[in-house]
Ligand binder design. Structure first.
Ligand code: ACM
Length: 508
């Protein structure tokens, strides 16, 4: 039996195999035609096969609608005529990933290979995800990744039946989206003079300009590419902390008079937005603009790691505290959370924020991305807020992949490291969360912060095989890690066919 990853909920093996050759004849319910056309595009790229959609007698594949199946669920029966049933296009897309996994790895190739025929085992699969939010986060602020690289990651996400891409679009070290009414965000904020060399503590600089940003058209390309792959893009504008690039572009939005540059070090800048009306209006306008590029998507408003040191020594901020009768400067951050969440909700977006927002007022309905610790997810769920579990200890794929001395420099030095086995052991529902709150756990997300990831190959190395292990966690079908290891070894052939420069399971 081939190595299905993530493992389906139910697989029944029947004797025999079917043999597929080009052209594949497919009949498809009209609502699912687009998904099957994409499958055809994929097979044309990988093995040069034709997929002919029509109503031939006895097709190789028959894709039907069955509204009794849940969102994203599917039934797949491989036989003389293979059938797929689903109620949504996502369900069909996921069934097609299983079908491709049943064949040879060449079916996943991103460069043309030759394949005369494919033997598929006669299995019956009934499947569907446990969690609706199965996300990968990519930081394009610390290092910018071009549209092609982002689309390639989307393809990889989709191949693992994950369904969200969270794009972290700004940070102290760079602003990555063009906003016509605030042109200096990209004219100034998208370029930094230098970046650290090696581990941050060494305090070495490369003195090489790093920059890049997406136009609205670029983001539309990414959004449409993702939608075709059943992946929803979640844009993040991270404010009021992580704002040094913004303040470099528009000093009046900060708290200090000395000029700042786009930050050239990693870490957390203490330069944050001020809490005056102009800065709050700026945040609202820019976040609404970016949200508008992603109709219907949840929007992430950041909110993490906002030092209050500048607010504490600012007369203007203290006046705002008095006006609101705040007793702690951290409450000032709630002004941003409230303003942005209200505006986005009025525009029809769900709102996501990092778990620090729990320290001040959080509008009901805000989805909390629990990153500092599992307990932050537990806290949010008990407070009646929905949660995406993203704890750094398990799901920060910028951490070292192992304790081997020759791992490339990563954000967290030893003793902190996250093996794929550790990822595989992550339990999405916190063990101490009472059952009546479990429904608040929307799902889970793995993070690719990129301070120490500057190239596509390195991104692959940090992402895989950990994303493969994560996919099974998010799908909700994990079991014995040794059994998974066997399937993962088989799955690596597919990753290789896809051109992924994954980290070997046992490096020499
Ligand atoms: C974070 O890692 N600062 C969300």
């Amino acid at each position: 039996m081939t190595s299905l990853v993530p493992r389906p909920r139910s697989v029944i093996e029947h004797p025999g195999t079917v043999t597929w050759v080009s052209p594949l004849r497919v009949s498809v319910d009209r609502v699912f035609r687009g998904v099957v056309e994409l499958f055809g595009d994929d097979l044309r790229v990988s093995v040069g096969w034709d997929v002919v959609i029509g109503d031939a007698e006895g097709p190789d594949l028959d894709v039907r609608r069955d509204d009794s199946l849940g969102d994203e669920a599917f039934r797949l029966r491989v036989g003389a005529t293979t059938t797929i049933e689903a109620s949504t296009a996502a369900g069909v897309a996921y069934a097609l990933t299983v079908l491709r996994q049943l064949g040879p790895a060449a079916l996943w190739s991103t460069t043309a290979t030759t394949l005369d025929s494919a033997q598929l085992a006669c299995v019956e699969v009934v499947d569907g995800p446990r969690f609706g939010w199965r996300g990968i986060h990519l930081d394009v602020a610390r290092h910018f990744f071009d549209v092609a690289t982002v689309c390639r990651l989307i393809d990889q996400i989709a191949a693992h039946r994950l369904n969200k891409l969270h794009l972290h679009l700004n940070d102290d070290q760079g602003w990555r989206v063009e906003v016509p009414t605030w042109p200096r965000l990209t004219e100034v904020g998208s370029r930094r003079r230098s970046s650290p060399v090696g581990y941050e503590d060494l305090q070495l600089d490369d003195d090489v300009v790093h920059g890049g940003y997406y136009s609205a058209e670029d983001l539309e390309t990414i959004r449409l590419h993702a939608a075709r792959r059943m992946v929803q893009v979640i844009p993040e504008i991270d404010l009021p902390g992580h704002a040094q690039a913004v303040i470099a572009a528009y000093p009046e939005l900060g708290n200090v008079t000395e000029p700042l540059e786009v930050w050239t070090r990693w870490g957390i800048s203490e330069h944050v937005l001020n809490v005056g009306p102009k800065a709050l209006s700026f945040a609202q306008e820019v976040v609404r603009y970016v949200a508008g590029l992603f109709p219907g998507s949840p929007v992430h408003i950041g909110g993490d790691e906002c030092p209050t040191i500048e607010w504490e020594s600012s007369a203007a901020a203290l006046a705002v505290m008095l006006e609101h009768r705040f007793i702690d400067a951290r409450q000032l951050q709630g002004l941003y959370t409230e303003r942005l969440a209200t505006a986005l909700a009025a525009d029809g977006h769900e709102v996501v924020a990092w778990d620090e927002v729990l320290d001040a007022h959080v509008p009901p309905g805000t989805i909390i991305a629990a990153w500092r610790h599992v307990s932050k997810g537990t806290e949010a769920a008990r407070r009646g807020l929905d949660v995406v579990m993203a704890p750094m200890e398990f799901l920060y794929f910028d951490w070292l992949s192992s304790d081997h001395a020759d791992e490339p420099v990563a954000v967290t030095p030893q003793p902190f490291f996250t093996t794929w086995e550790k990822v595989y052991g992550f339990s999405v529902i916190p063990s101490d969360l009472e059952p009546e709150f479990h429904h608040h756990v929307r799902g889970t997300q793995a993070q690719l912060w990129t301070e120490y990831i500057a190239s596509r190959d390195h991104l692959d190395y940090m992402a895989f095989p950990r994303i493969a292990a994560f996919a099974e966690v998010a799908w909700g079908t994990t079991g014995d890690v040794d059994e998974f290891r066997g399937r993962l070894e088989g799955h690596l052939d597919r990753l290789a066919a896809m051109g992924v420069r994954f980290r070997p399971l046992d490096p020499a």
